[in-house]
Design a protein around this ligand. Structure first.
Ligand SMILES: Nc1ncnc2c1ncn2[C@@H]1O[C@H](COP(=O)(O)OS(=O)(=O)O)[C@@H](OP(=O)(O)O)[C@H]1O
Ligand SMILES: Nc1ncnc2c1ncn2[C@@H]1O[C@H](COP(=O)(O)OP(=O)(O)O)[C@@H](O)[C@H]1O
Length: 231
């Protein structure tokens, strides 16, 4: 079936910052005469097969807040329950799909834009896609949310203090940033914009962080309550 022609052409205002060429090349459509092609097997068929609903669990927070730990613990827990999940992790995607990107605001925006599109494909495939990225800019996260309909974008904010993250510092990056050896490190000399309306917020209680399995359990409960783990 041939469908809607894809809009092309007019560019929507000036992108911010010095890396304008990158942003324009990635968000302004360049092709014309392209058409959407629908396939006979759709998302609902795949969801029925998998007995679950596709969604994106988007984990955001400072470096060291526990994003990868939660992503992997949640992925393992879902696997144990017979649910198909896939983890997209910032560090990992920067080894491949996003290896041309750095940490300037424009590069982070493009990183998140690409991941949002990939996550949307995984959700369309019927999987629980677990995306674990600092994603420091609210606007970039909201653009990803806008790609998903009907509440299937679930933003999880790991609201851990900078003090805790810096004390953990498993990769020694905060130490390098404090010494001025890494410039533009999130939380030190680069911004982190906390979510205003996330679905799940996980934070320290009396200065203690919940265990990885408690964090994962909180997300599983949400997914169960909203019906994502059933047909
Ligand atoms: N300048 C700077 N700021 C923040 N983080 C940095 C930086 N340079 C390298 N790193 C490492 O990159 C990991 C974050 O990648 P992300 O793709 O999640 O970042 S972003 O969402 O585009 O902001 C991040 O991984 P996590 O510690 O797992 O968050 C760091 O290991
Ligand atoms: N809930 C937790 N309780 C205790 N330690 C944790 C918890 N989550 C993560 N950690 C530890 O904190 C460090 C940073 O976690 P990580 O998942 O790599 O964070 P991020 O992906 O956000 O950079 C790791 O050493 C990890 O073992």
């Amino acid at each position: 079936m041939r469908g809607r022609p894809v809009e092309c052409g007019a560019h929507r205002g000036q992108p911010r910052g010095e890396n304008r060429a990158l942003e324009m090349s990635s968000t302004v459509p360049k092709s014309s005469n392209i058409f959407w092609h629908d396939c006979p097997v759709g998302k609902t068929d795949r969801q029925n097969l998998l007995k679950q609903k596709g969604c994106v669990v988007w984990i955001t927070g400072l470096s060291g807040s526990g994003k990868s730990t939660l992503a992997c613990t949640l992925g393992r827990e879902l696997h144990t329950r017979g649910k198909l999940a896939y983890v997209l992790d910032g560090d990992n995607l920067r080894h491949g799909l996003n290896k041309d990107l750095g940490f300037a605001a424009e590069d982070r925006a493009e990183n998140i834009r690409r991941v949002g599109e990939v996550a949307k494909l995984f959700a369309d495939a019927g999987l629980v896609c677990i995306a674990s990225f600092i994603s420091p800019y609210r606007r970039d996260r909201e653009s990803c949310r806008a790609l998903l309909s009907d509440g299937s974008f679930i933003e999880v904010f790991l609201n851990m203090s900078l003090e805790l993250c810096e004390a953990r510092d498993p990769k020694g990056l905060y130490k390098l940033a404090r010494a001025g050896k890494i410039k533009g490190f999130t939380g030190i000399d680069d911004p982190y914009e906390a979510p205003l309306n996330c679905e799940i917020e996980i934070k320290e209680v009396d200065g203690v962080c919940p265990s990885p399995s408690d964090m994962a359990a909180q997300v599983i409960t949400y997914l169960e309550d909203k019906g994502f783990l059933h047909e």
